[in-house]
Write a protein that binds this ligand. Structure first.
Ligand code: NAD
Length: 476
Protein backbone atom coordinates (compact mmCIF):
# COMPACT_ATOMS: atom_id res chain seq x y z
CA UNK A 1 0.00 0.00 0.00
CA UNK A 2 1.35 3.44 -0.91
CA UNK A 3 0.76 6.31 1.47
CA UNK A 4 1.37 9.99 0.82
CA UNK A 5 1.39 12.58 3.57
CA UNK A 6 0.87 16.23 2.64
CA UNK A 7 2.25 18.57 5.31
CA UNK A 8 5.14 17.44 7.50
CA UNK A 9 4.51 19.23 10.80
CA UNK A 10 3.87 17.60 14.17
CA UNK A 11 1.03 15.42 12.88
CA UNK A 12 2.28 14.69 9.35
CA UNK A 13 5.82 13.78 10.39
CA UNK A 14 4.62 11.53 13.20
CA UNK A 15 2.00 9.87 11.00
CA UNK A 16 4.40 9.32 8.11
CA UNK A 17 7.20 7.78 10.13
CA UNK A 18 4.91 5.69 12.32
CA UNK A 19 3.34 4.13 9.20
CA UNK A 20 6.81 3.66 7.69
CA UNK A 21 7.97 1.91 10.86
CA UNK A 22 5.44 -0.79 10.09
CA UNK A 23 6.88 -1.42 6.67
CA UNK A 24 4.59 0.82 4.59
CA UNK A 25 6.07 2.90 1.78
CA UNK A 26 5.48 6.57 2.53
CA UNK A 27 5.93 9.73 0.47
CA UNK A 28 6.03 12.99 2.40
CA UNK A 29 5.21 16.28 0.66
CA UNK A 30 6.28 19.40 2.50
CA UNK A 31 6.46 22.85 0.99
CA UNK A 32 8.93 24.19 3.55
CA UNK A 33 12.35 23.47 2.00
CA UNK A 34 14.15 23.54 5.35
CA UNK A 35 11.94 20.78 6.71
CA UNK A 36 12.49 18.68 3.57
CA UNK A 37 16.27 19.21 3.73
CA UNK A 38 16.36 18.22 7.38
CA UNK A 39 14.31 15.10 6.73
CA UNK A 40 16.55 14.14 3.83
CA UNK A 41 19.43 14.34 6.30
CA UNK A 42 17.54 12.17 8.76
CA UNK A 43 16.76 15.05 11.10
CA UNK A 44 13.39 16.19 12.42
CA UNK A 45 12.54 19.91 12.40
CA UNK A 46 10.39 19.46 15.47
CA UNK A 47 11.28 18.34 18.96
CA UNK A 48 9.27 15.21 19.65
CA UNK A 49 10.48 12.29 21.79
CA UNK A 50 11.29 9.10 19.82
CA UNK A 51 10.73 10.68 16.41
CA UNK A 52 14.44 10.82 15.63
CA UNK A 53 14.74 7.05 16.18
CA UNK A 54 11.85 6.41 13.77
CA UNK A 55 13.34 8.75 11.17
CA UNK A 56 16.72 7.03 11.44
CA UNK A 57 15.18 3.57 11.05
CA UNK A 58 13.01 4.60 8.06
CA UNK A 59 15.93 6.36 6.39
CA UNK A 60 18.16 3.29 6.76
CA UNK A 61 15.42 1.12 5.29
CA UNK A 62 14.70 3.67 2.49
CA UNK A 63 11.01 3.53 3.27
CA UNK A 64 10.25 7.25 3.07
CA UNK A 65 10.75 9.66 0.19
CA UNK A 66 10.49 13.43 0.45
CA UNK A 67 9.00 15.90 -2.02
CA UNK A 68 8.57 19.65 -2.08
CA UNK A 69 5.42 19.40 -4.20
CA UNK A 70 2.84 16.83 -5.22
CA UNK A 71 4.30 15.95 -8.63
CA UNK A 72 5.55 12.37 -8.43
CA UNK A 73 4.43 12.07 -4.81
CA UNK A 74 0.73 11.19 -5.09
CA UNK A 75 0.54 9.40 -8.46
CA UNK A 76 0.80 5.92 -6.93
CA UNK A 77 -0.80 6.66 -3.59
CA UNK A 78 -3.67 4.50 -2.36
CA UNK A 79 -4.13 6.83 0.61
CA UNK A 80 -3.33 10.53 0.65
CA UNK A 81 -3.34 12.03 4.15
CA UNK A 82 -3.85 15.78 4.41
CA UNK A 83 -2.03 16.99 7.52
CA UNK A 84 -1.64 20.70 6.80
CA UNK A 85 -2.26 23.33 9.46
CA UNK A 86 -5.72 24.78 10.12
CA UNK A 87 -4.92 27.82 12.27
CA UNK A 88 -7.34 30.38 13.63
CA UNK A 89 -8.70 32.89 11.16
CA UNK A 90 -7.89 36.14 12.95
CA UNK A 91 -11.02 37.83 11.58
CA UNK A 92 -13.74 35.60 13.02
CA UNK A 93 -12.05 32.81 15.02
CA UNK A 94 -13.05 30.16 12.50
CA UNK A 95 -10.60 27.55 11.20
CA UNK A 96 -8.51 28.97 8.35
CA UNK A 97 -8.69 26.25 5.72
CA UNK A 98 -6.67 28.03 3.04
CA UNK A 99 -3.73 25.57 3.34
CA UNK A 100 -6.14 22.66 2.99
CA UNK A 101 -7.79 24.03 -0.17
CA UNK A 102 -4.39 24.84 -1.60
CA UNK A 103 -3.18 21.29 -0.93
CA UNK A 104 -6.29 19.81 -2.58
CA UNK A 105 -5.75 21.97 -5.66
CA UNK A 106 -2.09 20.99 -5.83
CA UNK A 107 -2.65 17.26 -5.55
CA UNK A 108 -5.77 17.03 -7.76
CA UNK A 109 -3.97 16.81 -11.14
CA UNK A 110 -1.76 13.98 -9.86
CA UNK A 111 -4.28 11.70 -8.13
CA UNK A 112 -4.77 8.23 -9.53
CA UNK A 113 -8.13 6.62 -10.01
CA UNK A 114 -9.31 4.84 -6.86
CA UNK A 115 -7.33 7.08 -4.49
CA UNK A 116 -8.69 7.68 -1.00
CA UNK A 117 -8.07 11.19 0.30
CA UNK A 118 -7.98 11.30 4.07
CA UNK A 119 -8.45 14.58 5.92
CA UNK A 120 -6.40 14.25 9.10
CA UNK A 121 -6.16 17.97 9.76
CA UNK A 122 -8.70 19.22 12.28
CA UNK A 123 -11.49 20.71 10.17
CA UNK A 124 -15.03 22.01 10.79
CA UNK A 125 -17.94 19.69 10.25
CA UNK A 126 -18.85 19.54 6.56
CA UNK A 127 -15.30 20.03 5.28
CA UNK A 128 -14.95 16.46 3.97
CA UNK A 129 -18.03 17.01 1.87
CA UNK A 130 -16.56 20.27 0.53
CA UNK A 131 -13.25 18.56 -0.26
CA UNK A 132 -15.14 15.96 -2.31
CA UNK A 133 -17.08 18.70 -4.14
CA UNK A 134 -13.90 20.60 -4.97
CA UNK A 135 -12.20 17.43 -6.23
CA UNK A 136 -15.21 16.56 -8.41
CA UNK A 137 -14.97 20.06 -9.88
CA UNK A 138 -11.21 19.81 -10.47
CA UNK A 139 -11.18 16.20 -11.66
CA UNK A 140 -14.60 15.22 -13.08
CA UNK A 141 -12.89 12.15 -14.60
CA UNK A 142 -11.64 10.79 -11.30
CA UNK A 143 -12.98 7.93 -9.20
CA UNK A 144 -12.00 8.74 -5.61
CA UNK A 145 -13.16 8.61 -1.98
CA UNK A 146 -12.78 11.18 0.79
CA UNK A 147 -12.54 10.16 4.43
CA UNK A 148 -12.06 11.87 7.77
CA UNK A 149 -9.42 10.56 10.17
CA UNK A 150 -8.98 13.22 12.87
CA UNK A 151 -5.79 12.98 14.90
CA UNK A 152 -5.84 12.91 18.69
CA UNK A 153 -2.10 12.67 19.45
CA UNK A 154 -0.54 15.02 21.97
CA UNK A 155 2.67 16.89 21.32
CA UNK A 156 5.36 15.63 23.66
CA UNK A 157 4.05 12.07 23.40
CA UNK A 158 3.02 12.03 19.74
CA UNK A 159 4.77 8.78 18.77
CA UNK A 160 3.48 6.93 21.79
CA UNK A 161 -0.03 8.25 21.23
CA UNK A 162 0.02 7.20 17.58
CA UNK A 163 0.88 3.61 18.49
CA UNK A 164 -1.35 3.49 21.57
CA UNK A 165 -4.29 5.72 20.72
CA UNK A 166 -7.42 5.44 22.84
CA UNK A 167 -9.26 5.13 19.53
CA UNK A 168 -8.64 5.79 15.85
CA UNK A 169 -11.65 7.51 14.32
CA UNK A 170 -12.48 6.97 10.66
CA UNK A 171 -15.33 8.92 9.09
CA UNK A 172 -16.14 7.10 5.88
CA UNK A 173 -18.91 7.22 3.32
CA UNK A 174 -18.02 4.16 1.27
CA UNK A 175 -16.57 0.67 1.61
CA UNK A 176 -13.36 1.49 -0.25
CA UNK A 177 -12.38 4.19 2.25
CA UNK A 178 -13.23 1.88 5.14
CA UNK A 179 -11.19 -1.03 3.79
CA UNK A 180 -8.19 1.12 2.86
CA UNK A 181 -8.02 2.75 6.30
CA UNK A 182 -8.36 -0.63 7.97
CA UNK A 183 -5.51 -2.01 5.85
CA UNK A 184 -3.25 0.94 6.71
CA UNK A 185 -3.97 0.87 10.43
CA UNK A 186 -4.02 -2.93 10.84
CA UNK A 187 -0.24 -3.15 11.48
CA UNK A 188 -0.36 -0.18 13.86
CA UNK A 189 -3.26 -1.06 16.09
CA UNK A 190 -3.13 -3.39 19.03
CA UNK A 191 -5.80 -4.00 21.64
CA UNK A 192 -7.17 -2.17 23.51
CA UNK A 193 -7.03 0.48 20.75
CA UNK A 194 -10.03 0.31 18.42
CA UNK A 195 -10.73 1.64 14.99
CA UNK A 196 -14.08 3.39 15.08
CA UNK A 197 -15.98 3.78 11.82
CA UNK A 198 -18.57 6.52 11.63
CA UNK A 199 -19.79 9.18 9.22
CA UNK A 200 -17.39 11.94 8.13
CA UNK A 201 -19.54 14.55 9.91
CA UNK A 202 -19.48 12.69 13.23
CA UNK A 203 -15.74 12.12 12.92
CA UNK A 204 -15.08 15.80 12.21
CA UNK A 205 -17.21 16.95 15.10
CA UNK A 206 -15.84 14.34 17.51
CA UNK A 207 -12.41 15.94 17.25
CA UNK A 208 -13.65 19.41 18.19
CA UNK A 209 -15.98 18.07 20.88
CA UNK A 210 -13.12 16.09 22.38
CA UNK A 211 -10.73 19.04 22.52
CA UNK A 212 -13.44 21.38 23.82
CA UNK A 213 -14.26 18.92 26.60
CA UNK A 214 -10.63 18.62 27.66
CA UNK A 215 -10.22 22.40 27.53
CA UNK A 216 -13.31 22.63 29.70
CA UNK A 217 -11.70 20.36 32.31
CA UNK A 218 -8.64 22.62 32.35
CA UNK A 219 -10.64 25.83 32.75
CA UNK A 220 -12.87 24.14 35.31
CA UNK A 221 -10.00 23.08 37.56
CA UNK A 222 -8.39 26.50 37.20
CA UNK A 223 -11.57 28.13 38.51
CA UNK A 224 -11.73 25.56 41.33
CA UNK A 225 -8.08 26.42 42.07
CA UNK A 226 -9.02 30.08 42.52
CA UNK A 227 -11.79 29.00 44.84
CA UNK A 228 -9.40 26.78 46.82
CA UNK A 229 -7.08 29.73 47.36
CA UNK A 230 -9.92 31.73 48.90
CA UNK A 231 -11.31 28.83 50.90
CA UNK A 232 -8.11 27.36 52.34
CA UNK A 233 -8.45 24.13 50.35
CA UNK A 234 -5.82 22.39 48.22
CA UNK A 235 -6.63 21.99 44.54
CA UNK A 236 -4.22 19.04 44.36
CA UNK A 237 -6.40 17.13 46.82
CA UNK A 238 -9.65 18.28 45.21
CA UNK A 239 -8.46 17.28 41.71
CA UNK A 240 -7.27 13.91 42.93
CA UNK A 241 -10.56 13.23 44.71
CA UNK A 242 -12.83 14.24 41.84
CA UNK A 243 -10.57 12.40 39.38
CA UNK A 244 -11.04 9.17 41.36
CA UNK A 245 -14.64 9.26 40.16
CA UNK A 246 -14.49 7.18 36.99
CA UNK A 247 -17.25 9.26 35.47
CA UNK A 248 -14.86 12.24 35.63
CA UNK A 249 -11.39 10.73 35.27
CA UNK A 250 -8.15 12.19 36.58
CA UNK A 251 -6.61 13.51 33.35
CA UNK A 252 -6.50 17.23 32.50
CA UNK A 253 -7.22 18.26 36.07
CA UNK A 254 -3.84 19.90 36.75
CA UNK A 255 -4.44 23.52 37.73
CA UNK A 256 -2.02 25.86 36.00
CA UNK A 257 -1.59 28.90 33.78
CA UNK A 258 -4.36 27.92 31.38
CA UNK A 259 -4.31 25.80 28.27
CA UNK A 260 -2.22 26.74 25.24
CA UNK A 261 -0.66 25.05 22.26
CA UNK A 262 -1.66 24.50 18.69
CA UNK A 263 -5.00 22.79 19.37
CA UNK A 264 -7.19 23.75 22.33
CA UNK A 265 -7.17 27.53 21.78
CA UNK A 266 -7.86 27.36 18.06
CA UNK A 267 -10.25 24.41 18.24
CA UNK A 268 -12.45 25.91 20.95
CA UNK A 269 -12.65 29.14 18.94
CA UNK A 270 -13.40 27.23 15.74
CA UNK A 271 -16.13 25.19 17.44
CA UNK A 272 -17.81 28.32 18.75
CA UNK A 273 -17.53 29.89 15.31
CA UNK A 274 -18.95 26.79 13.57
CA UNK A 275 -21.86 26.72 16.00
CA UNK A 276 -22.60 30.34 15.14
CA UNK A 277 -22.59 29.54 11.43
CA UNK A 278 -25.06 26.73 12.08
CA UNK A 279 -27.31 29.17 14.00
CA UNK A 280 -26.75 27.60 17.37
CA UNK A 281 -24.39 28.30 20.25
CA UNK A 282 -22.00 26.45 22.54
CA UNK A 283 -22.18 28.68 25.59
CA UNK A 284 -20.12 26.38 27.80
CA UNK A 285 -17.30 26.46 25.27
CA UNK A 286 -17.53 30.26 25.05
CA UNK A 287 -17.17 30.44 28.85
CA UNK A 288 -14.16 28.10 28.70
CA UNK A 289 -12.47 30.41 26.18
CA UNK A 290 -13.23 33.43 28.34
CA UNK A 291 -11.86 31.84 31.54
CA UNK A 292 -8.70 30.78 29.74
CA UNK A 293 -8.11 34.16 28.11
CA UNK A 294 -8.39 36.03 31.41
CA UNK A 295 -6.15 33.61 33.26
CA UNK A 296 -2.85 34.89 31.89
CA UNK A 297 -3.48 38.55 32.78
CA UNK A 298 -4.73 37.47 36.22
CA UNK A 299 -1.54 35.53 36.88
CA UNK A 300 0.61 38.40 35.63
CA UNK A 301 -1.24 40.73 38.04
CA UNK A 302 -0.60 38.27 40.86
CA UNK A 303 3.14 38.44 40.20
CA UNK A 304 3.15 42.23 39.87
CA UNK A 305 1.21 42.64 43.12
CA UNK A 306 3.69 40.51 45.06
CA UNK A 307 6.72 42.51 43.90
CA UNK A 308 5.12 45.95 43.73
CA UNK A 309 6.77 47.41 46.85
CA UNK A 310 9.08 50.32 46.17
CA UNK A 311 9.01 52.24 42.92
CA UNK A 312 12.07 50.75 41.24
CA UNK A 313 11.69 48.83 37.98
CA UNK A 314 11.26 45.12 38.52
CA UNK A 315 12.60 42.08 36.75
CA UNK A 316 10.80 38.76 36.49
CA UNK A 317 12.50 35.56 35.33
CA UNK A 318 10.16 33.32 33.38
CA UNK A 319 11.19 29.66 33.35
CA UNK A 320 9.46 27.75 30.59
CA UNK A 321 8.22 29.27 27.35
CA UNK A 322 6.87 26.19 25.49
CA UNK A 323 3.17 25.61 26.10
CA UNK A 324 3.97 22.38 27.91
CA UNK A 325 6.93 20.11 28.60
CA UNK A 326 8.56 17.90 25.97
CA UNK A 327 7.70 20.08 23.01
CA UNK A 328 9.24 23.08 21.30
CA UNK A 329 5.82 24.29 20.18
CA UNK A 330 5.07 27.83 21.32
CA UNK A 331 1.80 28.32 19.46
CA UNK A 332 -0.62 30.06 21.85
CA UNK A 333 1.70 29.29 24.77
CA UNK A 334 0.65 31.05 28.01
CA UNK A 335 4.13 32.66 28.04
CA UNK A 336 3.28 34.65 24.90
CA UNK A 337 0.45 36.35 26.82
CA UNK A 338 1.89 36.52 30.28
CA UNK A 339 5.25 38.03 29.31
CA UNK A 340 3.78 40.96 27.35
CA UNK A 341 1.44 41.63 30.32
CA UNK A 342 4.48 41.82 32.61
CA UNK A 343 6.32 44.05 30.15
CA UNK A 344 3.29 46.33 29.76
CA UNK A 345 3.32 46.73 33.56
CA UNK A 346 6.92 47.96 33.31
CA UNK A 347 8.75 44.73 34.16
CA UNK A 348 11.96 43.54 32.59
CA UNK A 349 11.79 39.86 31.67
CA UNK A 350 14.47 37.18 31.74
CA UNK A 351 13.56 34.04 29.81
CA UNK A 352 14.69 30.43 29.83
CA UNK A 353 13.46 27.31 28.08
CA UNK A 354 15.43 24.10 27.48
CA UNK A 355 14.40 23.72 23.83
CA UNK A 356 12.32 26.45 22.25
CA UNK A 357 14.54 29.52 22.44
CA UNK A 358 15.13 29.69 18.67
CA UNK A 359 11.42 29.65 17.93
CA UNK A 360 10.41 31.91 20.81
CA UNK A 361 13.06 34.64 20.79
CA UNK A 362 11.63 36.53 17.79
CA UNK A 363 8.14 36.34 19.33
CA UNK A 364 9.16 37.93 22.63
CA UNK A 365 10.90 41.23 21.90
CA UNK A 366 12.61 42.76 24.90
CA UNK A 367 13.02 39.50 26.81
CA UNK A 368 16.63 38.69 27.77
CA UNK A 369 17.46 35.01 27.23
CA UNK A 370 19.64 32.71 29.30
CA UNK A 371 20.83 29.17 28.66
CA UNK A 372 20.72 28.22 32.32
CA UNK A 373 17.70 28.61 34.62
CA UNK A 374 19.76 29.71 37.61
CA UNK A 375 21.47 32.38 35.49
CA UNK A 376 18.02 33.47 34.29
CA UNK A 377 16.83 34.18 37.83
CA UNK A 378 20.04 35.94 38.88
CA UNK A 379 19.16 39.37 40.27
CA UNK A 380 15.46 39.05 39.34
CA UNK A 381 12.77 40.17 41.80
CA UNK A 382 10.70 37.05 41.16
CA UNK A 383 10.83 33.81 39.23
CA UNK A 384 7.83 32.22 37.52
CA UNK A 385 7.73 28.56 36.51
CA UNK A 386 5.41 28.41 33.53
CA UNK A 387 6.21 25.05 31.88
CA UNK A 388 6.41 21.69 33.64
CA UNK A 389 9.83 20.73 32.26
CA UNK A 390 11.67 18.15 34.37
CA UNK A 391 14.67 20.47 34.49
CA UNK A 392 12.59 22.80 36.69
CA UNK A 393 11.36 19.95 38.88
CA UNK A 394 15.00 19.10 39.52
CA UNK A 395 16.18 22.65 40.25
CA UNK A 396 18.55 23.02 43.16
CA UNK A 397 16.39 25.43 45.15
CA UNK A 398 19.24 26.66 47.32
CA UNK A 399 21.23 27.75 44.26
CA UNK A 400 18.06 29.28 42.84
CA UNK A 401 17.40 31.18 46.07
CA UNK A 402 20.99 32.38 46.22
CA UNK A 403 20.78 33.77 42.67
CA UNK A 404 17.27 35.22 42.89
CA UNK A 405 17.35 38.85 44.02
CA UNK A 406 13.88 38.66 45.62
CA UNK A 407 12.47 35.66 47.49
CA UNK A 408 9.39 35.16 45.38
CA UNK A 409 8.96 31.95 43.40
CA UNK A 410 5.70 31.55 41.49
CA UNK A 411 5.12 27.90 40.71
CA UNK A 412 2.30 28.03 38.16
CA UNK A 413 2.64 24.28 37.53
CA UNK A 414 2.69 23.10 41.15
CA UNK A 415 5.86 21.12 40.61
CA UNK A 416 7.99 22.50 43.46
CA UNK A 417 8.06 20.84 46.88
CA UNK A 418 6.86 23.55 49.32
CA UNK A 419 8.92 22.16 52.18
CA UNK A 420 12.10 22.29 50.11
CA UNK A 421 11.23 25.80 48.89
CA UNK A 422 10.71 26.98 52.48
CA UNK A 423 14.00 25.34 53.56
CA UNK A 424 15.76 27.24 50.77
CA UNK A 425 14.28 30.49 52.05
CA UNK A 426 11.95 31.02 49.12
CA UNK A 427 8.44 32.42 49.32
CA UNK A 428 6.50 29.97 47.21
CA UNK A 429 3.29 30.98 45.45
CA UNK A 430 1.62 27.84 44.14
CA UNK A 431 -1.68 27.51 42.32
CA UNK A 432 -4.86 26.62 44.19
CA UNK A 433 -3.45 26.20 47.63
CA UNK A 434 -5.19 28.32 50.24
CA UNK A 435 -2.72 27.92 53.06
CA UNK A 436 0.89 29.02 53.36
CA UNK A 437 1.53 25.83 55.36
CA UNK A 438 3.09 22.93 53.41
CA UNK A 439 0.14 20.96 52.07
CA UNK A 440 -1.06 17.95 54.00
CA UNK A 441 -0.52 14.58 52.40
CA UNK A 442 -3.57 12.96 50.92
CA UNK A 443 -4.07 9.67 52.71
CA UNK A 444 -5.97 6.84 51.10
CA UNK A 445 -7.00 3.62 52.77
CA UNK A 446 -8.56 0.45 51.44
CA UNK A 447 -9.18 -2.87 53.20
CA UNK A 448 -6.93 -4.69 50.74
CA UNK A 449 -3.96 -2.36 50.83
CA UNK A 450 -1.83 -0.73 53.43
CA UNK A 451 -2.57 2.97 53.84
CA UNK A 452 -0.76 5.28 51.45
CA UNK A 453 0.07 8.88 51.95
CA UNK A 454 1.13 10.46 48.74
CA UNK A 455 2.07 13.97 47.79
CA UNK A 456 -0.48 14.75 45.12
CA UNK A 457 0.73 18.08 43.96
CA UNK A 458 4.05 17.55 42.24
CA UNK A 459 3.98 15.03 39.51
CA UNK A 460 1.57 15.01 36.68
CA UNK A 461 2.00 11.45 35.50
CA UNK A 462 3.88 11.59 32.22
CA UNK A 463 3.31 8.67 29.99
CA UNK A 464 6.77 7.45 29.15
CA UNK A 465 7.38 5.25 26.17
CA UNK A 466 8.96 2.08 27.49
CA UNK A 467 11.92 0.78 25.57
CA UNK A 468 10.09 -2.37 24.49
CA UNK A 469 7.15 -0.33 23.23
CA UNK A 470 9.52 1.68 21.06
CA UNK A 471 11.11 -1.48 19.77
CA UNK A 472 7.65 -2.78 18.87
CA UNK A 473 6.86 0.59 17.31
CA UNK A 474 9.82 0.62 14.99
CA UNK A 475 9.70 -3.06 14.12
CA UNK A 476 8.24 -4.52 10.98
P1 NAD B 1 2.06 22.19 11.45
O1 NAD B 1 1.83 23.63 11.21
O2 NAD B 1 3.09 21.77 12.44
O3 NAD B 1 2.37 21.43 10.09
C1 NAD B 1 1.71 21.66 8.90
C2 NAD B 1 2.73 21.52 7.78
O4 NAD B 1 2.05 21.52 6.53
C3 NAD B 1 3.72 22.69 7.72
O5 NAD B 1 5.04 22.20 7.81
C4 NAD B 1 3.45 23.34 6.36
O6 NAD B 1 4.61 23.87 5.74
C5 NAD B 1 2.88 22.17 5.59
N1 NAD B 1 2.06 22.55 4.43
C6 NAD B 1 1.08 23.46 4.37
N2 NAD B 1 0.54 23.49 3.13
C7 NAD B 1 1.20 22.56 2.40
C8 NAD B 1 1.11 22.11 1.06
N3 NAD B 1 0.22 22.63 0.20
N4 NAD B 1 1.95 21.15 0.63
C9 NAD B 1 2.87 20.61 1.48
N5 NAD B 1 3.00 21.01 2.76
C10 NAD B 1 2.18 21.96 3.22
O7 NAD B 1 0.64 21.62 11.90
P2 NAD B 1 0.37 20.40 12.90
O8 NAD B 1 0.53 20.86 14.31
O9 NAD B 1 1.06 19.20 12.42
O10 NAD B 1 -1.20 20.23 12.67
C11 NAD B 1 -1.72 19.77 11.45
C12 NAD B 1 -3.21 19.54 11.64
O11 NAD B 1 -3.41 18.51 12.63
C13 NAD B 1 -3.97 20.75 12.16
O12 NAD B 1 -5.27 20.77 11.61
C14 NAD B 1 -4.06 20.50 13.65
O13 NAD B 1 -5.16 21.12 14.25
C15 NAD B 1 -4.20 19.00 13.70
N6 NAD B 1 -3.71 18.40 14.94
C16 NAD B 1 -2.56 18.83 15.50
C17 NAD B 1 -2.10 18.23 16.66
C18 NAD B 1 -0.85 18.72 17.33
O14 NAD B 1 -0.63 18.33 18.48
N7 NAD B 1 -0.03 19.51 16.68
C19 NAD B 1 -2.81 17.16 17.24
C20 NAD B 1 -3.95 16.71 16.60
C21 NAD B 1 -4.41 17.33 15.46
Amino acid sequence: MGITIIGSGYVGTTTGFCFASRGLKVNIVEKNDNIVRNLQNGVSSIFEPFLDELIRAATEASRVRFFSDCAGAVDDADLVFLTVGTPTDEVDGSADLSALWQAVREMAPHLRSGAVIVVKSTVPVGTNRSVAELLRELRPDLDFSVASNPEFLREGSAVRDFFHADRVVCGVSDQRARDRLLEAYRPIIRAPTRLVFTTPESAELSKYASNAFLAMKVSFINEIADLCERAGADVGHVAKIIGMDQRIGGEFLAAGPGYGGSCFPKDTLALASAAGRLNTSVRLVEAVIDVNTRRKSQLASRVMKAIANGGSPKTVAVLGIAFKANTDDIRDAPSLDLIPHLQAAGCGVHAHDPVCRAKAEPRLPGAVWFDDPVEAVRGADAAVILTDWDVYRQLDLRSLAAALGGRQLFDFRNIIDPTAAAAAGLTLHAIGRGSSEPPARLETWSPDESPTAEPVRFARQRSALAADELRNGVGE
